[in-house]
Write a new protein. Sequence first.
Length: 368
Amino acid sequence: MQYHIILTERCNLKCKYCYEKSMQEFDNGLGEKWDYDEDTPFDSEVSIDKLKKFIKPEDRLIFYGGEPLVMVEKIKEIMDNLDCKFGIQTNGILLKRLPIEYIKRIDKMLVSIDGDSERTNFNRSKGVYEIVIKNLKELRSRGYSGEIVVRMTLLFSDLFKQVKHLISLIEEEIINSIHWQIDAGFYKFDFDKEKFSEFVKEYNKNISQLVNWWTNEIRNGKVYLIYPFLGIFNRIIGWDKETKLPCGSGYENFTVNTSGKISSCPIMNSVKKFYCGDIEKGIEKEIHVQDDECEKCLNFKICGGRCLYWRDAKLWSPEGDKLICETIGYLINSIKEKVPEIENLLKKGIVKKEQFEYEKYFGPEIIP
């Protein structure tokens, strides 16, 4: 099982798509729709002894925030006392705070980089890209061999350009893999039909470019670890027979919030509706996407509903959500078109099944 543990709601950055949008949206209506647990503390008050009893050796505990490295002493305390696998989702700025002997025990690291330096610094703040890349290079030079997944938040449609830049970081052996999430449907105020329609048009063109490039590399025996492509391909071809949310939220991936309650997802960590138990009693129920529109869709068994938060919150209008679904359908169909050729390359031995394998449920959402 994968567990995100929220160490704090604090963060050392003020990103455009997180902090700035939050500051513009004080009333999105969710306070009336959902019952929030107002007793949830800002910083983790989870008992180490209780956590130790709850987490099993085969589980992975993923440090999450806010920015988890703001709470570096809490991380060290947990790692000193728990026998399990570890992961972290971080903006990468404070990586030097955690001693290398702890870093080396973290086998999965999701680092927020939004593409090249221009794009990342625009979204996050001047100089952020350079600091993060320097930190990652230093980790590699000191012997860190875990998987580093770049998690890109996509505000602009230039996906191909930005992913190709990140591919260069794979070639330099700084990172291993790439995931992106479209910044769409997570805030009520930011839907503009005309602008987002244009985004979708250009984004889909970029998907075609990227899928064609990825397939061409496969022809040469190279499979780049682009999580949305891997996850969708594995479901289409039948290697992954699961049909629920590809991120695993609510059934394979849970969140321990700052009070020790267990939620289906870190985004809804203090929403009572999404509580699944606590670290004393354990997981008492699973939570899945329940949406009539989703269940009627031909892509549902691959997409799984995209995102539990998005489908339940419904912050955008139906026409906005339809446009988001259009991007998903286009992505799935673009991969489907390449499946016969890739299957043929597999039969010929040009690529092997193992090259398409990836570990599920530890953070990458798969469906952007």
